[in-house]
Design a protein around this ligand. Structure first.
Ligand SMILES: Cc1cc2nc3c(=O)[nH]c(=O)nc-3n(C[C@H](O)[C@H](O)[C@H](O)COP(=O)(O)O)c2cc1C
Length: 391
């Protein structure tokens, strides 16, 4: 993307990756992504804030040429992951005197991941500052948003917070200040990347809220001229509060489990409970992860297959476990032919979270009156519990 002025002597020089469709070989990117890199011109020194993914480094180098950048003194690395640090290698090749400024953990990771020699680094600690000449960079360690070494850089005079992945969103857009459209991409990003670390998110929110911020400039997606919007959204998502919502994630080979999933869905809707209904065969896991940010209840519905549970359902249980979802209640619905095994298979992977489990609804073959009755009771129980917990 072209150079964009952010503040006096501060420019966006990053890259849009319009046609990238998968991140981490896992996360669908329906709107592409961006790697936001920024340059700050002080009276004496020039600093680059993070770089870009190696696949788009040409865009970064081109933008630096457009600004006629002849030297870079400091490359600030807020996060060692290659989608921001990968391009640092190219910067160091081109700007021989540049030093990489980061914390001790990040330095070690950059040495491991990118083989950058140790003498290229300047190591900073919490609240250290670097004076560029009328522009002061101040560093704050913000561990686990979303790696152990993550930090943010605050440009004091201009009140810009360069937050790297913290507050990011996966979207390629020319309209990077459009905070009307920020909510869903930012929530999706939070769900996929940040939600497993909500305690750390909360701690780090408290830290950055103490700063006087005009602009939050993350390393993916939108830049926030109204920082409160994204900070408030993060406070909501990272809280332990859940909403009066139920996710039904189902897979069904021959329709028995599907019938039960659909029946429960309608019973819940009758009780004024909001339902997210995912057929796991087609589900975009980003959508599911977003729903998991708020829902009080997760219902996994899947048949027994080969003395286990259908693999699509196992995938969701595994994912929910890795995401350490805050879901308070989990229910399992299953159909089997001759020996039910789905319930234990699913429970066995849910090791990191401690939800309350509902009594499973288990049907031999197609559901009958008894199972429909159990599903009605399940809907009643969900209603009762969610009424008690949802404010
Ligand atoms: C490939 C395959 C493997 C199965 N393995 C088992 C099994 O190990 N144990 C069992 O009780 N039923 C097994 N079944 C039977 C299904 O669990 C049963 O037909 C169930 O009702 C299917 O639910 P659905 O209609 O929601 O797909 C298997 C079915 C298929 C197609």
């Amino acid at each position: 993307m072209a150079v964009i002025k952010i503040k006096e002597d501060v420019f966006y020089v990053g890259a849009n990756h319009w046609d990238r469709r998968l991140f981490d070989e896992l996360i669908p990117l329906s709107e592409g992504t961006s790697y936001n890199s920024y340059i700050i011109f002080g009276k004496e020194k020039i600093a680059l804030i993070d770089a870009v993914d190696p696949a788009t480094v040409d865009q970064l180098l081109y933008n630096l040429e457009q600004l006629n950048v002849q030297k870079i003194d400091y490359v600030i690395s807020n996060h060692a992951e290659q989608d921001h640090s990968g391009g640092i290698v190219n910067i160091l090749e081109k700007f021989k005197d540049a030093k990489v400024v980061t914390n001790e953990k990040c330095k070690n990771m950059l040495m491991d991941l990118l083989l950058i020699p140790e003498d290229k680094f300047i190591v900073i600690k919490e609240k250290d500052t670097i004076d560029l000449g009328g522009k002061t960079l101040e560093f704050y360690l913000t561990p686990w948003v979303h790696w152990p070494e993550t930090m943010v850089t605050y440009l004091k005079e201009e009140k810009v917070l360069f937050s790297c992945d913290f507050f990011g969103s996966h979207i390629a857009t020319s309209d990077i200040f459009n905070d009307e459209h920020f909510y869903m991409p930012a929530k999706r990003y939070y769900a996929e990347i940040m939600s497993p670390f909500r305690n750390n998110v909360r701690n780090n929110l408290e830290k950055v809220k103490k700063l006087d911020i005009d602009i939050i400039a993350p390393s993916h997606g939108y830049i926030y001229k109204n920082p409160q919007k994204i900070i408030s959204a993060y406070e909501d998502w990272a809280s332990e509060n859940v909403k009066n919502e139920v996710i039904i994630a189902y897979v069904s080979m021959h329709g028995s489990t599907k019938k039960m999933a659909e029946f429960l869905r309608e019973e819940l809707i009758k009780r004024n409970i909001n339902v997210y209904f995912f057929n796991l065969t087609y589900t975009d896991i980003g959508q599911l992860a977003m729903a998991l940010v708020d829902a009080a209840t997760l219902i996994i519905a899947a048949p027994t297959v080969l003395a286990g549970v259908h693999p699509q359902a196992m995938y969701v249980a595994y994912l929910a476990n890795l995401l350490r979802v805050k879901t308070k209640f989990i229910g399992i619905i299953t159909s089997y032919g001759w020996g039910e095994k789905a319930v234990d298979s699913l429970k066995n992977v849910l090791t990191y979270i401690k939800p309350q489990f509902f009594t499973p609804v288990v049907s031999k073959g197609y559901p009958k009156q008894q199972e429909f009755l159990q599903l009605k009771n399940l809907a009643d129980e969900i209603l009762k519990l969610q009424k008690d917990i949802v404010k």
